[in-house]
Design a protein around this ligand. Structure first.
Ligand code: NAD
Length: 474
């Protein structure tokens, strides 16, 4: 095998593996280097998303939701479930099987597309060479193009040092062997809320300590208020805002967490503590000093709008560059860069990246929030529609939440769609498509939506922009 490639991709997460497959589809000779190993030390492709992120967390969210329903909700349907119990070991094993299936699936896709997979730590050298430090020693590949897709790692804070036994990062939080009596979470962001939800449904008392005074500041305010009520008052997670953690210590199998808030110094004792305070780019030692790669002060690889670094032929994508740390954003950048390398017009529309938080109800949005519209002085109009007024949501016993649409007051172009409710993660795709095609709210209002479906809430929200929703008083 020759060690000269058209493209060498470093990192096989959703950004890197998608880039590698697209490069191969376009006829480029492609290698992909990744260092991830499973518990047995075998290569495991797919990066954080497949191994310890999006996929395993969704597996646990689904298992815990089913358990919660069996315990608390099926009675409404006339179904009696006596002595519902949760075998945590089995739940974790199911999650591991899903991860294994998907990571092996990537290996299969690499084989089918003739992407050469290398196991080891990749490093960019001068002259578009990539050094791979793997179990069998050091290999150097020469490339015409290099795509750096090295991802991100959890941020750590000195006041709560992760040991993955009592104080856990996202990886440890996916493998807690038994339901903790009291679970503490530092950070009420995406990971904190998703993992807090899992263990709350399984019976833990959950306390979220969030440094900010605002709950989910990136979410439309109207929806974040409603979500805070749902997660707090209704579901019983204790969400403490303005709570800055100042220290932690482990004694006798318990973690004492100290924090300060508006009432002064406080402390709680928990059985396990999850640290979910954000992620940072995994760019340490990614390049030799003389390779010429530029990082910003926070460690992100500096790129232009087309993911080009300052080194000709070297690109960077995904969590290691500016923009939201979302798998699908990285994947789209991977496709775009592959197409640019192949001489095509690859492009990512950063204005239509959907966000999803997989709580119950789910939160999903695309485009700008009402507070952003106000701040930027845009003249806008809004429409909203509650799920409680749709037949399908009622039939599903899923009446919480709403769809909110924001449209330009003059042109009627849709600027943002915000959903709190059942299957928001799936419903948001319609809004993304609409915005990709620069649709107006009237375009959506004139689109026939099947009845009875949850998507009717989007239809009615669009009608409501023009004060003509049918199933609510405007
Ligand atoms: P996040 O940025 O969503 O939330 C971190 C929270 O921790 C913030 O609200 C922050 O104010 C708070 N915080 C920071 N330091 C603190 C401290 N010392 N004490 C108390 N609170 C503190 O980050 P995350 O939840 O760790 O997720 C990391 C990244 O992974 C995010 O960029 C997210 O987009 C991505 N992710 C996405 C999904 C999804 O798309 N569903 C799921 C998981 C993770």
């Amino acid at each position: 095998m020759s060690d000269k490639y058209d493209v060498v991709v470093v990192g096989a997460g959703p950004a890197g593996y998608v880039a590698a497959i697209r490069c191969a589809q376009l006829g480029l000779r492609t290698a992909c280097v990744d260092k991830w190993s499973d518990a047995e030390g075998k290569p495991s492709l797919g990066g954080t998303c497949l191994n310890t992120g999006c996929i395993p967390s969704k597996a646990l969210l689904d298992s815990s939701e089913k358990y919660w329903q069996a315990k608390n909700e099926l009675g409404i349907h006339g179904i009696t479930v006596e002595d519902a119990s949760m075998d945590v070991g089995k739940m974790l094993a199911r999650k591991d099987t899903i991860v294994e299936t998907l990571t092996k699936g990537i290996a299969g896709l690499f084989k089918a597309n003739k992407v050469d997979a290398f196991h080891g730590t990749g490093k960019l050298l001068a002259g578009k060479k990539v050094e791979i430090n793997g179990p069998d020693g050091v290999t150097v590949l020469q490339a015409d193009n290099v795509i750096l897709a090295v991802g991100s790692i959890p941020m750590s804070i000195p006041v709560a040092v992760v040991d993955n036994e009592y104080i856990l990062d996202n990886e440890g939080a996916l493998a807690i062997p038994e339901v903790p009596g009291h679970l503490g979470v530092i950070g009420a962001g995406v990971i904190g809320l998703e993992l807090g939800s899992v263990w709350k449904r399984l019976g833990s008392e959950v306390t979220l300590l969030e440094a900010l005074d605002t709950f989910l500041p990136a979410v439309d305010e109207q929806l974040s208020r409603e979500a805070q009520r749902a997660f707090g008052k209704t579901q019983g997670m204790a969400i403490k805002l303005g709570a800055r953690v100042t220290g932690s210590s482990i004694h006798g199998g318990k973690v004492k967490v100290e924090y300060s808030d508006k009432d002064g110094e406080q402390s709680i004792e928990v059985d396990r503590l999850i640290v979910a305070v954000g992620r940072r780019p995994a760019t340490e030692n990614i390049a030799d000093a003389d390779a010429g790669l530029e990082l910003d002060e926070r460690g992100f690889i500096q790129v232009d709008d087309h993911c080009k670094t300052a080194i000709p032929g070297v690109y960077a994508i995904g969590d290691a560059v500016r923009g939201p740390m979302l798998a699908h954003k990285g994947s789209e950048e991977g496709v775009a860069v592959a197409e640019i390398i192949a001489g095509q017009a690859g492009h990512v529309n950063y204005d239509t990246i959907p966000w999803v938080i997989y709580t119950h109800p789910e939160i999903a949005w695309v485009g700008i929030t009402e507070q952003e519209a106000k701040e930027s002085g845009i003249e806008y109009k809004t429409g909203f529609f509650p799920f409680a007024a749709t037949g399908r949501a009622l039939a599903m016993h899923e009446q919480g939440g709403r769809v909110k649409m924001i449209a330009d007051a003059k042109t009627d172009q849709v600027l943002g769609v915000h959903i709190l409710g059942p299957h928001a993660s799936e419903l948001i795709a319609e809004a993304v498509l609409a915005m990709e095609y620069s649709a107006s709210s009237e375009d959506i209002a004139r689109t026939i939506h099947a009845h009875p479906t949850l998507s009717e809430a989007i239809h009615e929200a669009a009608l409501s922009v023009d004060d003509r929703a049918i199933h609510k008083v405007n």
